[in-house]
Unconditional design. Structure first.
Length: 203
């Protein structure tokens, strides 16, 4: 008989934990969705424009990366920052890095080489922003991060974790529900255990 109250208590605790987890995820989902919407069409200024990497094909940006680069170019033309940082490593077997493909695209678009910083040792968002924070000077902490809309909240959170103050500008309006759910899961976990601990699976 004594075991029955213990089982009821354990059941209530489990139910409370489930509700807490669902509430935390719902909060993250709202945060991700709101930032995705707010980042679209946003204007910003900073010490550097940071373009987060995306796929490239033999040195040519993929459509996703090209959209980010075009958004960064527009910010550059509006004098949002004195330099542009391109990020992204290569995948196994690839000859070019995402960072170099982005650099070449922006150079061909008219930005001079000495105004572009290329960072190629970041395999995911956390590593790219950490490398950017290490590369920029101590007085260059305010950055304008260019990425996709759904990715805006996590990018801003990671930037803060590595010591940068980021305003995220969205390239495009990719806010599909699947992407928002996955991002919300990453934000839910990252805000608890730190994004560094999940950088190998969050992208």
């Amino acid at each position: 008989m004594a075991a029955e109250p213990s089982r009821r208590i354990a059941g209530k605790l489990c139910a409370a934990l489930v509700l807490l987890a669902l509430g935390w995820f719902a909060y993250a989902f709202v945060s991700v969705s709101v930032e995705a919407r707010n980042a679209q069409g946003r204007t910003a200024e900073g010490d550097a424009i940071v373009v987060l990497g995306a796929a490239q094909y033999n040195g040519e940006p993929s459509p996703v990366l090209e959209r980010r680069l075009d958004a960064a170019l527009s910010l550059w033309e509006d004098s949002a920052a004195p330099q542009v940082v391109t990020t992204g490593a290569s995948q196994p077997g690839e000859q070019f890095t995402e960072g170099f493909a982005a650099f070449r695209y922006l150079r061909n678009a008219g930005i001079s080489e000495d105004e572009i910083v290329v960072i190629v040792d970041g395999g995911d968002t956390y590593e790219s922003l950490l490398a950017t924070a290490n590369q920029l000077g101590p007085d260059e902490r305010d950055v304008v991060v260019v990425t996709d809309a759904y990715h805006a909240r996590r990018s801003a959170d990671i930037a803060a974790e590595v010591g940068l103050t980021a305003t995220v500008v969205a390239a495009g309006d990719d806010n599909g529900i699947r992407r928002l759910v996955l991002e919300s899961a990453a934000v839910s976990v990252g805000r608890i255990v730190s994004y560094r601990r999940i950088s190998n699976w969050q992208g």
